[in-house]
Design a protein around this ligand. Sequence first.
Ligand code: SF4
Length: 361
Amino acid sequence: MTPIVLNLSIAAGQIRYDWTLDQVMELYQLPFNDLMFLAASIHRQNFNPNEVQVSTLLSIKTGSCPEDCKYCPQSAHYSTGLEKEKLIEIDQVIAQAKAALDSGASRFCMGAAWRSPTERDMPQVVEMVRQVKSMGLETCMTLGMLDQKQAQTLSDAGLDYYNHNLDTSPEFYGQIISTRTFGDRLATLQHVRDSGMKVCSGGILGMGEQQADRASMLIELARMEPQPESVPVNMLVRVPGTPMESAEDVDPFDFIRTVAVARIMMPASHVRLSAGRESMNDQMQSMAFFAGANSIFYGEKLLTTANPEANRDKELFRRLGIQPEGKATEVRVGSWTPENCPKNNNRFYDATMGKKEKSVN
Ligand code: SF4
């Protein structure tokens, strides 16, 4: 199976925007160990493999969303018993952001169940961004569709990241959502990019899609120039009352394959283990980290579904020797050079044992 590495010219530091479905399917069909080795190698060329970026997510407006995303308990189209909440006060956001900071999070994500924010809501949202940012946290929001003006307003307020998932492939998208199009999603992401914010976009596995749909979704993400800085890979959380409540399980190895393929196709992006992590055991999560996942959400809730307790995450990090991104100072095995590792907060590491942190500028 060596030829694929040569055929696809997967080289250190190289980012490709022209993946074909055949090539991506070929990656998916590699023997698992070969795929893991390839993904882990590329991961090491671009990131410290013992660091995982930690974000915390807060729902700032819950439920009553007019969209009909079939997986979502916040949609007004389904009866899920979800407790609805209007846009919360800034004081509540600040208290939660402080708790996130204290628990080691570096990014604070705020999510609102809207089709898109209204003009009336924007001033409050902008103030949230300003205040959270002034605490020294990176800021991220997910508020639904944005037009160019809204994206620019948020960017000007200091919003670092905007999350807007593609969810699935363009081919399968119509099976999941009917109230907006795949093209609408791409348009919002373009507005986000044009405004100068960083893009967070990924998808959900386990909604009945085929492997080719997963490949096609990753191709859409990898085709963006620049590629999204953050790529969440979610496992469907089957919420009773949604049309997806009886969806079939995803084979854990298929999930990890998608993490690995995402890492290979988007070598410089953070690949995030996101929704559904609470149903993954420690072994599965550690395998996902090895495959190239290097971002998680800490905290008790992921918008409206349970997320593993922060303490369980800390204990897992301790057992695996993983540190929150930006806090690790030691690498025991590596292959970074200044040429192939432009990231890691301007640090690089050499391949010898022990502490080898250096500054490149
Ligand atoms: S996923 Fe977002 S847009 Fe879709 S129903 Fe849920 S809150 Fe609304």
